[in-house]
Design a protein around this ligand. Sequence first.
Ligand code: UD1
Length: 424
Amino acid sequence: MSKFIIDNAGSLTGFVEVSGSKNAVLPLMAATLLTDDDCLITEVPNLMDVEVMCGLLRSFGSNVRCDMEDHSIELKAGDIITNEAPAELVKKMRASIVAMGPLLARTGQARIPLPGGCAIGDRPIDLHVKGLHALGADITIYRIEDGHECVEATTDGLHGAEIYLDTPSVGATENIMMAAALADGVTVIENAAQEPEIVDLANYINKMGARIKGAGMDIIKIEGVKSLHGAAHSVIPDRIEAGTFMLAAAITGGDVTITNMLPDHVKPVAAKLRECGCIVENTLEGTRVRLNGRSPIATDIKTLPYPGFPTDIQPQFMTFLATVRGSSTILETVFENRFMHIEQLNKMGAKIREDGRRAYIPGGMTLKGNEVTATDLRAGAALVLAGLVAEGETTISDVYHIDRGYDSIIEKFRAVGGKIERRE
Ligand code: UD1
């Protein structure tokens, strides 16, 4: 098992390049099940989750050729040999559920064990089920040998439907959009998720011949087509990785320019950093974040679906707020159990108090190095930031969570002066 050892190296300075988006590439890869043609995806981040998705697609019969030097993947789902996902892969990655929509649309059947991934709440799939059922799938959930549940969807033909999502779920919007692309007739998703990853997926499926309008807004209209063809696509930059490096610049009082990022995708993070006194400038080279000698101050945060403040940046921002002048609160409205990093940050002296979905951060703390655990992906990133400013050495265990979502994190932090190494 790998650990990260981190020492305080002062302010981070220089340039860091963001990789392709984890949350965009996974559904893009799943979408290649919608056609038997050749597909190409470029700007692919080198991540554990991408490897798991490659394994999943191969298990269905896809021919997958990864060239991670070149950050590209060629995929061809010529013949689907099974529509049952292997439980051992699905357990490793919750996003496996996005294979359900395309598999169902292509073959009329999909069996997916209920997914794993970050343990940040119950993470139900009722909206995926509701959407696919409305499109004409029969859904059953049954127990499999190891006590896990498996969801089975079958259809003798999907048809368009009007679907209202109680919550704008990213995964459910993606699954419904992919299934509806090959359904007979028009589908309308209301209260759809508006995340940039949804737009990227719609753009890709449209390149494959689909007719999707409105992605990025709360009503998406999908006119089903008979078949889709292969297409090439370049993944959008990872806005969560970008936000993590923006916070790394802020917390270390550094001066970092983040390249290959789309400033529009991180507006809420930039706005909150500015409220705290950071200078965030979009330059021709990238987004430059610095303090310029200022002492950062507290702010309050409420996580929301896009375009609100992203829950995936909440843990990293909390680490920053632990160190600034004044007390802050964070209200987590997206996931009910996304405060596992508090216990770890408190081991480093943050003194954060949790009350239900609200966290009270007294601020002004000098963090101390300690042995801490990455309880999930973004909690792990939060601990990396804590380690960069803590007095003494920080050891983070269970960093496989971090590797699920950050390409070359050690190299990237080192490039801007971070003292971080991986030890097996
Ligand atoms: C995606 C992202 C994840 C991010 C999250 C919210 C991927 C691979 N992961 O996860 O990094 O934190 O969006 O921005 O893209 N919900 C239901 N029923 C459902 C589905 C979801 O009640 O059927 C609820 C969830 O419990 C949660 C909320 O909806 O409270 C948002 O979840 P969702 O948007 O579906 O997140 P994911 O797609 O799993």
